[in-house]
Write a protein that binds this ligand. Structure first.
Ligand SMILES: NC(=O)c1ccc[n+]([C@@H]2O[C@H](COP(=O)([O-])OP(=O)(O)OC[C@H]3O[C@@H](n4cnc5c(N)ncnc54)[C@H](OP(=O)(O)O)[C@@H]3O)[C@@H](O)[C@H]2O)c1
Length: 301
């Protein structure tokens, strides 16, 4: 299934991170096909242009704008925020979809800003982007959609070692960063409610899309036995994996719920209770404070 009952979105503007590839590209395509103007902040312009060309194959009159954003460089986050604020851009939807997982790479990578790469790309960069765009989101009474992962069901924030300086593994770093992002979503929803920001919040996870580049290294690891070959193919297409995020964008948000594939790794989108790991209010408040502090201080390496 690749269709979703999308409403007419003419007049709306969406910002989708990670729209140069995979699931984000499918989200951007679905939005453009429904008439929304889509801003695609990308770290690689050439790839971004290929994504734009692909969307235009099926939506020739798509209203698309490429912007520069490397979540692993906070100066680019600040520059994008400033540019959109200077333009008083309308933002009806902000989809925090970009993500990285360096499976198969045992080396721990640190960004120029001094943060562990998964932590900054998946969580902190998105945190800074969202808070920077908050005034525009408030003006538009917009919606933020946070793309988490099945990993947030089991993973937890490595509170005592946020930068994974000690027991590093790429999967641990990924799971911790996605849990941090999910907790940020929970706290964002609470604050928006308490402080009447007028910005709604949706949480999704795509299930498993084995044909995106993020899933490539995982697939490469599973080439041995027959059962591994089968499990490496489990999941659904990037277009299908885009549906939970689209559902989280389009449907009336229900507090305490998130949108996921019916069978968790694949299937039609459905609502379910937010995973316990990302709905704890104390942990959610704590991650917000961590984000606030780290954007001012640099981590001690
Ligand atoms: N595929 C799955 O099975 C799966 C499962 C669970 C969760 N997810 C989540 O779904 C989301 C989309 O993943 P995907 O499967 O579509 O992966 P993908 O095909 O690798 O796409 C990831 C996107 O994120 C962008 N990105 C990565 N690092 C970035 C950075 N530093 N700054 C800006 N953009 C950056 C990539 O840009 P480039 O094109 O420049 O690389 C790409 O557009 C991620 O958040 C991922 O964690 C995926």
């Amino acid at each position: 299934m690749t269709q979703f009952d999308m409403p007419d979105m003419a007049g709306a503007t969406a910002v989708v991170t990670g729209a140069s590839d995979g699931i984000g590209l499918e989200i951007a395509q679905a939005l453009a096909g429904s008439g929304a103007a889509v801003i695609l902040p990308v770290r690689n312009r050439e790839k971004g242009q290929r994504a734009v060309a692909r969307i235009r194959e099926s939506v020739p009159d798509a209203r698309l704008a490429l912007r520069d954003l490397d979540l692993a460089r906070l100066d680019t986050v600040a520059a994008l925020v400033q540019a959109l604020r200077d333009e008083s851009a309308r933002i009806d939807h902000l989809v925090l979809n970009a993500g990285v997982i360096l499976l198969g790479d045992r080396e721990r990578h640190v960004t120029e800003d001094g943060f562990e790469l998964h932590f900054q790309t998946n969580f902190l960069g998105h945190y800074a982007l969202t808070l920077g765009l908050l005034p525009l989101l408030r003006t538009s009474r917009g919606r933020v959609v946070v793309q988490t992962s099945l990993a947030t069901r089991f993973g937890r924030v490595a509170w005592d070692d946020l930068q994974l300086q000690h027991r590093y593994s790429a999967f641990r770093a990924y799971a911790s960063s996605k849990a941090a992002l999910g907790l940020f979503a929970t706290e964002f929803a609470r604050r928006s409610d308490d402080e009447a920001w007028g910005v709604t919040l949706g949480i999704s996870h795509p299930g498993v899309a084995p044909d995106t580049s993020i899933a490539g290294p995982l697939r490469a690891k599973r080439t041995g036995s027959g059962s591994h070959k089968v499990s490496a193919r489990l999941g659904h297409s990037p277009a299908e994996a885009a549906l939970p995020a689209l559902m989280a964008m389009m449907s009336t948000p229900r507090p305490g719920e998130m949108c996921v594939p019916r069978y968790e790794i694949s299937g039609q989108p459905k609502r379910r209770r937010i995973y316990r790991r990302i709905s704890d209010p104390a942990a959610a408040a704590r991650i917000w404070d961590v984000g606030d502090r780290l954007l001012v201080e640099r981590p001690a390496e």
